[in-house]
Design a binder for this molecule. Structure first.
Ligand SMILES: NC(=O)c1ccc[n+]([C@@H]2O[C@H](COP(=O)([O-])OP(=O)(O)OC[C@H]3O[C@@H](n4cnc5c(N)ncnc54)[C@H](OP(=O)(O)O)[C@@H]3O)[C@@H](O)[C@H]2O)c1
Length: 335
């Protein structure tokens, strides 16, 4: 009989609610505990999601012997330290994106996963959605030829709250790490690691990138073009072009349930998949599959993928002048 894993959540904010719903949609996993710095908030969350235990400290949850997996849903600035602590407590970790503030932190997290022989994965849920599997099948079968171009944007007009996690660099704020990571993920998934990067950003007076635009150049002569904006709505579409065809993904491309593709000179074909409801259940199922197989990283989203993504974001920030002092960065170091 397959094991049912018990999951704990730390940081019951906005995204943790969506994750808790996804647990209810996935087999072989149950919500076992939630930890918040605010006891009332933990109580409310536990009531809503029928969670049997609450903790008023994150470390107390990490010490709970009944917990197998911990989902880290705090702002980016805390991902590294909290992930390493969880791994040291021998818990499998699903850590929200971005994995951490920079590649140095991501390397330390990966090392902790190896040292403790405990599973670690970045919660880049788009990687596991059916539309991306279908797109990768078209690409891997050579149906659009050699891919030379990926363009994707992710922008929305966010309320400007300087102390909020989107804008406050103390919490890891900025458009690149929060939403630019999605188009960057798509480029890396399809074209790999870029050989050259040209980036520009609009930086506010507190040091966060309100928007960020990047051109990525690849060994095969291909290019990726990505945009992240926190000050206006953008189309949130994506296109992928190869030497023999093209794929276009409608709005909001990172979570669609269908797309169109065609070979050059032929008619567009529509791929329609079952409508997405929550969407996080696919990444949860991947965690369960990996734990069943006793592996410490996902073959679909391996540690090195998160590390390379982080290295690319470091280079983009170096060029735009965004730095996170709490992660040991300074303007002189990064520029
Ligand atoms: N995968 C996705 O689609 C997606 C979407 C949105 C966000 N995210 C990621 O999820 C993470 C959290 O985002 P969110 O939108 O859920 O944030 P949020 O609503 O602000 O919640 C973050 C939680 O972290 C905890 N926290 C701990 N220290 C904190 C501090 N110093 N300041 C603020 N909160 C602190 C808080 O929980 P307690 O006070 O209760 O302990 C808070 O509820 C981010 O890394 C973000 O990139 C992912």
């Amino acid at each position: 009989m397959r094991k049912t894993y018990t999951c704990g959540i730390i940081g019951p904010g906005k995204i943790a609610r969506k994750f808790a719903e996804a647990l209810q949609l996935t087999g072989n996993v149950q919500l076992g505990a939630v930890a918040s710095r605010d006891n009332n908030k933990a109580k409310q969350f536990a009531e809503t999601f029928k969670c049997p235990k609450i903790y008023d400290s994150y470390e107390a949850l990490m010490q709970d012997p009944d917990i197998d997996i911990i989902y880290i849903a705090t702002p980016h600035a805390f991902h590294c330290e909290q992930t390493i602590l969880c791994l040291q407590h021998k818990k499998a970790v699903l850590c929200e994106k971005p994995m951490a503030l920079n590649a140095t932190q991501v390397s330390k997290m990966i090392q902790a996963s190896k040292d403790n022989q405990c599973f670690l994965m970045e919660a880049l849920w788009t990687r596991f959605l059916p539309w991306l599997q279908a797109v990768m099948e078209i690409i891997n079968k050579g149906m659009i030829g050699e891919v030379k171009y990926v363009r994707a944007d992710f922008g929305f007009k966010a309320e400007y709250r300087p102390e909020g996690r989107l804008f406050d660099t103390k919490l890891g704020g900025g458009s690149l790490l929060d939403i630019g990571i999605y188009p960057l993920f798509l480029c890396q998934q399809i074209l790999g690691k870029p050989k050259h990067i040209i980036a520009s950003g609009n930086i506010d007076k507190r040091g966060a990138d309100i928007s960020c635009h990047t051109v990525l150049q690849y060994e095969n002569g291909g290019a990726g073009i990505i945009t992240a904006m926190l000050d206006c709505d953008t189309p949130q579409t994506a296109e992928i072009a190869g030497t023999e065809g093209m794929i276009r993904i409608p709005s909001r491309w990172h979570r669609v349930s269908g797309f169109e593709w065609r070979r050059i000179g032929e008619d567009w074909q529509t791929i329609t998949l079952p409508a997405l409801t929550n969407g996080f259940e696919f990444q949860v199922a991947e965690v369960i599959r990996c734990l069943d197989n006793n592996v410490i990283e996902s073959p679909l989203l391996p540690h090195v993928f998160s590390l390379q993504l982080s290295e690319t974001m470091d280079e983009i920030r170096k060029q735009t002048g965004v730095f996170y002092s709490q992660a040991g960065e300074s303007s002189s170091l990064i520029n």
